[in-house]
Design a protein around this ligand. Structure first.
Ligand SMILES: C[S@@+](CC[C@H](N)C(=O)[O-])C[C@H]1O[C@@H](n2cnc3c(N)ncnc32)[C@H](O)[C@@H]1O
Length: 299
């Protein structure tokens, strides 16, 4: 497997045969990368949703805040930052490359606007549906049960990679659609430590397998706990990861080193769809929720 990487002035925190992780602001590191050097980008940027509200996690009421890095700086500043890193990514992307960006209502429209303003062509808006999403505690909104992942190529005229047949195979011989049902990140993927917004391997597996080939160079400008790198290793891709946080990258290194190269089976136990058991799950969720509210009133 080819293991060459662009030589940068910045020293990586982690330098392995097929992976380099940098503690840096992605704007600074992106500026060092050569033009058209990257085959695929996956970006899971701050969603700017840490607004001191509450949410429900494992049946418990918890703060929605993920960290300082996820606080909104106001619409104009958030948009400016989004526009800058999206433009920087376009410069380093090969003409055959593409970019995936995840988000929720808090950031995804700003991302879509920035992508189009910078000259990309949006190819799909994937809905990642989370069948085990928590209930909404305020009861003033529909429960948020999905994220959007935008997929775009460099321009209207450029040609992007798409492993169509592989996706069809992975979907049991039927054309894969834009609604992906994938549960929340399982506890088994958090054995080395926790990141507040860790993405499931299954989501990244689909993305990287669909839109890159063996030996390709994948870039993640917001690597966090390293899910993109873990999947890149499984699929024999090279990877460059960037994150502001040294601690998150240390977690990414642990996960990367514990990963064995080679494809994985993504067969997972399906939640029963029998109406009676589904009703039972929903009833239990509601009971847990009411109990939490009662506790809050007593506190
Ligand atoms: C949504 S999380 C990514 C989670 C990751 N996909 C995973 O599976 O663990 C976003 C990450 O971006 C990092 N971050 C925020 N601003 C950044 C910046 N300007 N440059 C680089 N990393 C940044 C945060 O430290 C955080 O780990």
């Amino acid at each position: 497997m080819s293991s060459s990487f662009p030589e940068l002035r910045k020293k990586p925190l982690y330098d392995a045969e097929c992976a380099r992780f940098y503690v840096a602001d992605c704007l600074k590191l992106l500026a060092e990368l050569p033009d058209e050097s990257i085959d695929l980008i996956f970006a899971d940027p701050p969603y700017n949703l840490s607004n001191d509200g509450i949410t429900c996690k494992a049946g418990k009421m918890v703060s929605v805040n993920k960290g300082k890095w996820d606080k909104s700086k106001g619409f104009e500043e958030d948009y400016q930052f989004t526009r800058e890193w999206i433009a920087a990514c376009r410069r380093v992307l090969k003409p055959t490359g593409s970019i995936w960006i995840s988000g929720t209502l808090h950031n995804i429209f700003l991302v879509g606007h920035a992508l189009q303003s910078e000259g990309y062509k949006i190819l799909n808006d994937i809905t990642w549906y989370k069948p085990n999403a928590p209930p909404n505690l305020s009861c003033r909104y529909f429960a948020h049960a999905h994220e959007t992942v935008l997929w775009a190529r460099k321009s209207a005229k450029s040609r992007h990679k798409f492993n169509y047949k592989l996706m069809k195979e992975m979907n049991g011989g039927r054309q894969m659609r834009s609604l992906w049902t994938i549960p929340l990140t399982p506890a088994s993927e958090k054995q080395f430590g926790k990141h507040p917004t860790q993405k499931p391997i299954e989501l990244l597996y689909r993305i990287i397998a669909a839109t890159s080939d063996k030996d390709d160079l994948v870039l993640d400008p917001f690597l966090g706990s390293g899910t993109t790198a873990v999947v890149a290793k499984m699929l024999n891709r090279r990877v460059i990861g960037i994150d502001l946080s040294r601690d998150f990258l240390k977690l990414a290194v642990k996960r990367y080193e514990a990963t064995a190269p080679g494809p994985i089976s993504l067969v997972r136990p399906q939640r029963s769809t029998k109406p009676s058991s589904r009703r039972k799950d929903e009833r239990q969720e509601m009971l847990d929720f009411i109990e939490e509210l009662e506790k809050l009133k007593r506190a």
